[in-house]
Write a protein that binds this ligand. Structure first.
Ligand SMILES: *[C@@H]1O[C@H](CO)[C@@H](O)[C@H](O)[C@H]1NC(C)=O
Length: 327
């Protein structure tokens, strides 16, 4: 009896230790350029087999990427419309990805998060490393960190935060394998993110998720993220929150912190036309059409540019980070 309860106790302890030690956020490393700088593209809401100007966006992205000699591409989710991938053999993977982004300059690592449309398909397929053997650029995980010498990128799985996908599941079916029980998953994810941000010594801290936090677009703010995620980002001096979900290009600033909200969701279908509040406080730029975004990072400067499908620059944001001297 005593022996049994002892071993039960031991197993329970091990489980607890394991839970508190292992993080939901996997860590990856990416090298910077020889001069210590980094440049990358950001695109979102794209996979439509070339339709809705997806191919035109890809073409211009390739040209700008060549000029900037980019290091990688960040995707803000909704990778395959309408319902994600059916399996790792789904031809949409090549028709919407490999055969579209063909420029030499785009043959770099692609870091992808999942959007709500991806959750409508077979999520495990998009996360399967076997896709990397079909196209070696592909990396998709729920939540992960990409550490570079100059910046740390925190990719966050935002879809499970949104109540309505759970409240009205009759509209669509979602593949929630791996994120249930929901409450435990979300609280652990937030805790793991907070710890990682607190530990980060990176000069630039950049968070990427599919859903908006602050947006004047069709979907508007995601109130669950504004309530649960934003306070953690602000407390930890995050510089940029980058998202998709609204099919537009957008720059909003915060009224309470340094954080800049950047939407790059113009990878294919756009022109929703139902934005409002153009005079909302913090609105710096809004474009209701297709396009993409580039980011160039140096130790004390960041340059962010939005482009339309002709490669024309629509908006430029220059950020400067002061040099802090030790007292
Ligand atoms: C493609 O882009 C052009 C130029 O922005 C726009 O006029 C046109 O409506 C777009 N086509 C679609 C299907 O969105």
């Amino acid at each position: 009896m005593a022996g049994l309860s002892k071993s039960v106790l031991l197993v329970a302890c091990c489980c607890l230790c394991f839970l508190s030690v292992s993080s939901l956020i996997e860590r990856l490393e990416h090298p910077v350029k020889d001069d210590g700088s980094l440049s990358f593209m950001v695109i979102g809401d794209w996979g439509r087999k070339g339709k809705y100007n997806q191919s035109q966006v890809a073409l211009q992205m390739g040209r700008v990427s060549e000029r900037l000699n980019i290091d990688f591409v960040i995707c803000t989710g909704d990778n395959f419309y309408d319902d994600g991938l059916t399996s790792v053999n789904d031809p949409a993977f090549e028709k919407s990805f490999s055969k579209i982004y063909t420029a030499k300059s785009l043959q770099k690592q692609w870091y992808n998060v999942l959007g709500n449309h991806d959750y409508r398909g077979n999520v495990e397929a998009q996360l399967d490393p076997i896709l990397g053997s079909i196209d070696r650029r592909w990396i998709c995980k729920r939540s992960f960190i990409v550490n570079t010498e100059i910046a740390e990128f925190f990719f966050i799985d935002t879809t499970p935060f949104v109540d309505k996908y759970f409240l009205n599941p009759k509209d669509h079916t979602y593949d929630w394998r791996g994120v249930l029980p929901r409450k435990d998953y979300l609280s652990k994810l937030l805790k793991d993110l907070e710890l990682a941000l607190q530990d980060s010594t990176a000069n630039w801290k950049i968070v990427v998720g599919h859903h908006t936090i602050k947006s004047i677009g069709h979907h508007g703010d995601t109130k669950e993220l504004a309530r649960q995620l934003l306070p953690i980002l602000e407390e930890n001096n995050v510089d940029l929150y980058i998202n998709g979900h609204d099919h537009c290009l957008q720059h909003m600033s915060s009224t309470s912190s340094q954080i800049q909200f950047l939407t790059s969701g113009g990878g294919s279908k756009a022109w929703k036309g139902d934005f409002d509040e153009l005079n909302r406080k913090g609105t710096k730029f809004y474009y209701d059409g297709q396009g993409f975004m580039s980011v160039e990072l140096e130790q004390s400067n960041a340059k962010i540019v939005f482009y339309d499908i002709f490669g024309k620059r629509l908006h430029v944001l220059d950020l400067f980070k002061g040099v802090y001297s030790a007292m």
